[in-house]
Design a protein around this ligand. Structure first.
Ligand SMILES: O=P(O)(O)OC[C@H]1O[C@H](OP(=O)(O)OP(=O)(O)O)[C@H](O)[C@@H]1O
Ligand SMILES: Nc1nc2[nH]cnc2c(=O)[nH]1
Length: 183
């Protein structure tokens, strides 16, 4: 099992192209933290990490937000180790304590936008006072999306990306930079 996984994982790396370096990502997250602080400092927001892909982004961003906030997570998934999205499955619903709160959702990638739109709908239905979203990557897909993010780290072409929390068939969320498979 481990040998097979190692082989598959190494094949992904051999065919990977660096898209955003660790240095570039750290500058991007710093800039986002400044913009988020300008808008949300003093509002005691509830910050929600969209598991699993936003785990690294959230972990890097949170220590740069120097104002009082609450932190929790939710977990929808619609890719489930596939390279194409399907139906949204809620592995963990948004927390119940968001009524009347200003909510900031952190997601790794806004692709077709179905996941973030479903998250916003659910959170507003649960009684949040305001909804903000920050995405590390906004993909340029040449189609109108059902939602746009309030804070965007970088725009990238429409290629499947992995690393920095994002998986390729479940693997390589632990890479410190963002990669895509060579075309
Ligand atoms: O804009 P969309 O096309 O809807 O896709 C974006 C979503 O896809 C990824 O989640 P995924 O379903 O892969 O779950 P995971 O993070 O647990 O792997 C990513 O974390 C976003 O939440
Ligand atoms: N890992 C990963 N998940 C996604 N979900 C939607 N698009 C992507 C992508 O390019 N990479």
């Amino acid at each position: 099992m481990a040998v097979f996984v190692d082989k598959e994982a190494n094949q992904f790396l051999i065919h990977a192209e660096l898209i955003a370096s660790a240095h570039m990502l750290s500058e991007t997250v710093e800039r986002m933290a400044k913009n988020i602080t300008t808008v949300l400092a003093g509002q005691y927001p509830l910050v929600l990490c969209v598991m699993s892909g936003a785990v690294v982004f959230s972990g890097q961003l949170l220590p740069l937000l120097h104002f009082p906030l609450d932190f929790d997570y939710l977990h929808p998934t619609r890719y489930n180790h596939m390279l194409q999205g399907g139906v949204i499955e809620w592995k963990v619903l948004p927390p119940a304590h968001l009524k009347g709160r200003v909510v900031l959702v952190l997601d790794d990638v806004l692709d077709e936008g179905f996941t973030l739109a479903a998250i916003r709908q659910r959170i507003m239905e649960e009684g949040a006072k305001a909804f903000y979203s920050a995405v590390l990557v906004d993909k340029v897909i040449g189609k109108t999306k059902p939602i746009s993010a309030d804070f965007i780290g970088m725009s990238l072409p429409d290629r499947y990306i992995f690393g920095y929390g994002m998986d390729i068939k479940g693997l390589w969320r632990n890479l410190p930079a963002i990669f895509a498979l060579k075309e």
